[in-house]
Write a protein that binds this ligand. Structure first.
Ligand code: SAM
Length: 277
């Protein structure tokens, strides 16, 4: 079915709405992508034009949510950017252990996956942390997983993936923390109870003015800053940095960088930043 076409003016209106709502900046080059991603929704609603759709999205919060979901990419993987996980296992966690042994920090570790998509990132973190910081030694691990999209959060909460995705997980963690489905769950794997208990989910827009999530030893904000323009990115990073404990680490995605002056953080490894102790 042929739907309405997206004019430059309509694209501009939707572009501003999306930027105002989530800090996501779509350049003119994204006009065809927007038409492709929203066309089906506009047709399904039987709307005569994208201008009508824009009006609907302005007055209806749920529709705005759908709009943002349609525009964002949610691609993710377990243990994506393995060098960061290696740094966590080999450098960061041992330092936490040393400090705790010397009475210089608590055994309560808080970590935040700030654009968690369908959950692969927070569950990868939880596997590493539970394995290296056992409750039997007095450690308590808390992983907060947030995203703007309630659709991907629902998937993440279910903690269930096709078993083919097991190839992304190191064998030891897979054996210890994932359950292989049988009968009706054949072909799927699910995070085991210890892992599910460690991860808490919430919907959170990084573009909001306050987050109210407390302080963290480690924050992952990966492969989401690419959507923001310079101003939105600086705004988000300053707030994220204020949620780091002194000495806390921030991991960004492989194509994302901070300028040296941003938010009082310094680069300690490629794409890894640290707040002064
Ligand atoms: C490409 S995924 C990245 C997932 C994961 N961090 C990774 O690196 O594999 C980007 C995610 O950012 C989320 N997102 C986009 N804008 C956001 C915002 N303003 N606040 C919170 N999440 C946002 C999207 O919903 C999407 O799930």
């Amino acid at each position: 079915m042929q739907g309405p076409s997206l004019s430059r003016q309509e694209f501009g209106d939707l572009q501003r709405l999306i930027y105002g709502e989530a800090g996501i900046y779509l350049s003119e080059a994204k006009q065809a992508l927007m038409a492709g991603r929203l066309g089906r929704r506009v047709r399904a609603l039987g709307l005569p034009s994208y201008a009508d759709y824009c009006q609907l999205a302005r007055r209806d919060a749920q529709e705005r949510q759908r709009l943002l979901e349609a525009i964002c990419t949610h691609e993710t993987r377990f243990f994506r950017e393995p060098r960061q996980f290696e740094l966590l296992e080999k450098v960061i966690v041992p330092e936490w252990r040393r400090l705790a042994a010397g009475g210089q920090r608590s055994r309560h570790v808080r970590v935040w996956s700030a654009a968690c998509s369908s959950g692969e990132e927070p569950f990868s973190l939880a596997m590493v942390l539970l394995d290296h910081l056992p409750a039997a030694h007095g450690w308590a691990v808390e992983v907060l997983a947030t995203d703007l999209s309630t659709r991907v959060l629902a998937q993440a909460r279910e903690a269930r993936w096709p078993v083919a995705r097991a190839a992304e997980i190191p064998a030891t963690y897979l054996r210890r923390y994932m359950l292989r489905g049988t009968r009706s769950q054949e072909g799927f794997m699910r995070a085991g109870p210890a892992l599910r208990d460690a991860v808490r989910f919430a919907s959170l827009n990084l573009h909001d003015d306050t987050y109210g999530v407390g302080r963290f030893d480690l924050v992952l904000c990966r492969n989401v800053l690419i959507y923001f323009d310079r101003a939105a990115k600086a705004h988000v990073l300053t707030r994220l940095a204020s949620h780091l404990e002194p000495g806390g680490h921030l991991f960004l995605g492989h194509a994302e960088t901070l300028s040296a002056s941003d938010a009082g953080l310094r680069l300690v490894a490629p794409t890894v930043y640290r707040r002064a102790a």
